[in-house]
Design a binder for this molecule. Structure first.
Ligand code: ADP
Ligand code: ADP
Ligand code: MG
Length: 670
């Protein structure tokens, strides 16, 4: 076994690999860029080597620096994580030449599977079912339209070198095929340095289901069942689960044996994933093989009890696989939510900055439930524009799917992040979504269920009752504490007030304290809007970001954020602002005029921090709804900003190459 390994990655996956290595008694070396000098993975590793400036192209992607770091520290092997150099066959060969072991497959397999066109051909030869399409290269936009029409619309236009959902577009007609080809090609060239494009049939109502495989150097191949990753946004996974609610045992076995057949065809070694797209009739088609540890590997670990990183390390060290296919048992249900630094209410645009507060729920076992959180950040860490905007991967495991969903919802309620926008409200809303709960999924789920984008749901009856009760409990504890402050003249609030009004968003809700003990832990009987009283107990203290307690029989965790004259309360993806008033103040408050929000309808605001690639219009020009106004690049994605309605351009305030902050005014309309 290795004595020391280097992890050629950052963030959560570097931390994840370090954890297993440590458990195996292997010393670890981290590498870090200038932006990551204080990162968690650097802190966690036994040693750390600085390898260059913040941009990955000058640090995490520079093979020479990584090899030098291995030599300097005596690391015998390199775990590449995912992304960066994990699927770079040249890097493997360089390591091999230096006598350093690559913890992953052999360069030949990486090369064969690294290119979507080649891998599709190999898969077809190995008897794996593939998506119908044109296996050649597409020359230009006209060629794209011709091929697409031959395959039959809708089609998927893809970059052969693509990954992470980039360089990929659906086209439903000739115009879209031409435009899609140009955009995919330009994105592929800038993201992957390879602009080869191919086209295949778009599978309708598709579900993304993938098979985890493991293989050693002695010809032993097994698969560890499937993961379903159909909850995607722009072809990027957001929520994954194992097993899939859609597969029957026969389909699982068929997919598993095809995945193993493909792994055999390329002499695969290590952990790998064969991705399939599955149609509504459970026909499945090969998409690609990822020759690395996958982001969503924890759900497989939770249902199989197998540590995939440990297996990768053992296989790379020349050990024989100790698990047979018969021994692989899938137990219970696991769900992973990817927490991203993005604003779900603003079309999921990236949000960067410092994590002013970062308090994940405690990991571990709660009865039959397991909570796991893979992360590479801590309170005070910065989510920078240089790297992936993922904050954490929160996983829950339970005996069955409804249990896992509820456990995920409970864990999300207890995950506090402040300082940047994040998608927890979206994930929490998803956990309550009836179609998700039924397991009727497709990769279009988010687009179909949130056609107008996502907005934080308004409080319904249950949430109103919860928020009002919690608001009253908070207010009473807060006043009680104020009354006890030293130096104050006796309890000047006088008798405990029993009748209150909670201004919840725009509504005035009468609440009253029927009886109760204010000392902590508090126990209060509260009546909301004249309803029969419910008993509420909690040990919450002022300043705590989560109010945890019981209302009636229900265990509840409500997040509490102070705002002007009140609190923002959030629970299960619903948020409301609660302000406590005496009935008299509430009466007067109703008379106050509302402050109007400023009108930005005549401006094109930059939706995210980014770089202006091009401005498509001129001052004075008339544009129709849907026409392109500008292209802004952020996180390697080109975002096309279009006119929402017919308008005339009055002024243009930005030009190509400008680096803009969120909400910067790009242009104004007449
Ligand atoms: P898939 O495996 O289908 O591509 P995943 O969500 O598992 O989807 O992986 C995300 C993709 O984004 C991977 O292909 C990986 O190569 C890429 N990726 C993830 N993180 C980074 C990163 N920090 N830098 C560069 N690429 C990354
Ligand atoms: P990447 O390397 O970016 O992960 P994939 O080929 O794995 O690229 O595709 C990513 C996602 O795009 C899939 O999970 C699926 O949602 C969608 N997709 C890809 N090809 C097709 C297709 N032919 N029909 C329908 N959806 C597809
Ligand atoms: Mg993929």
């Amino acid at each position: 076994m290795f004595k020391k390994i280097l992890i050629a990655n950052r963030g959560e996956i570097a931390c994840r690999v370090i954890k297993t290595a440590r458990r195996m008694g292997i010393a670890t070396v981290a590498i870090y860029s200038e932006a990551d000098a204080d990162a968690v993975h650097v802190e966690m590793a036994d040693e750390a080597v600085a390898i260059g400036p913040a941009p990955a192209s000058q640090s995490y992607l520079v093979a020479d620096r990584i090899i030098a770091a291995c030599k300097e520290t005596g690391a015998e092997a390199v775990h590449p994580g995912y992304g960066f150099l994990s699927e770079n066959a040249d890097f493997c060969e360089r390591l091999e030449a230096e006598g350093i072991v690559f913890i992953g497959p052999k360069p030949k397999a990486i090369r064969a599977m690294g290119d979507k066109i080649t891998s599709k051909k190999i898969a077809a030869q190995a008897g794996v079912s593939t998506v119908p399409g044109f296996m050649g290269l597409i020359k230009d936009a006209a060629h794209a339209a011709r091929i697409a029409a031959e395959i039959g619309y809708p089609v998927m236009i893809k970059a052969s070198a693509g990954g992470g959902g980039k360089g990929m577009r659906v086209a439903g007609n000739d115009v879209e095929a031409r435009e899609g080809f140009e955009r995919s090609r330009s994105e592929a060239a800038s993201s992957f340095g390879d602009d080869r494009i191919f086209i295949e049939k778009f599978i309708e109502e598709p579900r993304h289901i993938e098979i985890q495989v493991l293989a050693d150097a002695f010809g032993n191949f097994i698969h560890l069942g499937e993961r379903e990753c159909s909850i995607q946004r722009r072809n990027q996974k957001v929520v994954e689960e194992a097993p899939s609610p859609f597969l029957d045992e026969a389909t699982r076995q068929a997919m598993g044996s095809q995945a193993v057949a493909l792994a055999k065809a390329v002499d695969y070694q290590s952990a790998g994933t064969v991705e399939f797209i599955v149609d509504r009739n459970r026909n499945f088609y090969f998409l690609e093989m990822n020759t690395r540890l996958q982001v969503e590997h924890p759900v497989t670990e939770l249902v199989t009890g197998i540590d995939l990183v440990e297996q990768m390390i053992r296989i790379a060290a020349g050990e024989r696989l100790q698990i047979t296919q018969e021994e692989v048992k899938l137990e219970g249900w696991a769900i992973e939510s990817r927490l991203y630094a993005e604003d779900p209410t603003r079309n999921f645009l990236p949000s960067i900055g410092r994590l002013a507060r970062y308090r994940p729920p405690a990991e571990g076992r709660y009865g039959s439930i397991v909570v796991r959180n893979d992360t590479g950040v801590a309170e005070g860490s910065e989510i920078s524009m240089f790297y992936d905007p993922m904050i954490a991967k929160l996983c829950a495991h339970a005996p069955d799917r409804p249990g896992a969903i509820d456990a995920m919802a409970a864990a999300l309620d207890r995950f506090v992040i402040d300082g940047i926008a994040h998608n927890i409200p979206f994930l929490a809303a998803l956990m309550r979504h009836p179609r998700w709960r039924e397991g009727r999924l497709s990769t279009a789920f988010i687009a179909e269920e949130y056609p107008e984008g996502f907005s934080i749901p308004r409080a319904g009856k249950t949430e109103r009752a919860v928020f009002c009760a919690v608001a009253l409990a908070i207010e009473l504890i807060r006043r009680d504490r104020l009354d006890r402050l030293p130096g104050r003249l006796g309890p000047h609030s006088g008798d405990l007030r029993r009748d209150w009004v909670v201004k919840l968003d725009q509504d005035y809700v009468p609440v009253s304290l029927v009886e109760g003990m204010i000392s902590i832990p508090a126990e209060l009987d509260v009546s909301i809007e004249g309803a029969p009283p419910v008993t509420l107990t909690s040990s919450w203290r002022p300043g705590e970001p989560i109010w945890e307690g019981r209302i009636g029989r229900r265990e509840i965790a409500v997040q509490v954020r102070p705002v002007l004259n009140g609190y923002e309360l959030s629970w299960q993806g619903v948020a409301s602002v609660a302000k406590m008033m005496t009935p008299r103040v509430a009466e007067l408050d109703r008379l106050m005029p509302e402050r109007a929000t400023p009108d930005t309808s005549k401006k094109l605001l930059c939706p995210m921090p980014g770089l202006v690639v091009s401005i498509a219009v001129k001052e004075g020009q008339e544009v129709k709804a849907g026409e392109v106004l500008a292209v802004v690049e952020a996180m390697k994605m080109e975002n096309v900003l279009r006119a929402e309605r017919d308008c005339t351009i009055a002024a243009i305030n930005a030009g190509p190459g400008d680096s803009l902050a969120v909400d910067a005014v790009i242009m104004e309309f007449a």
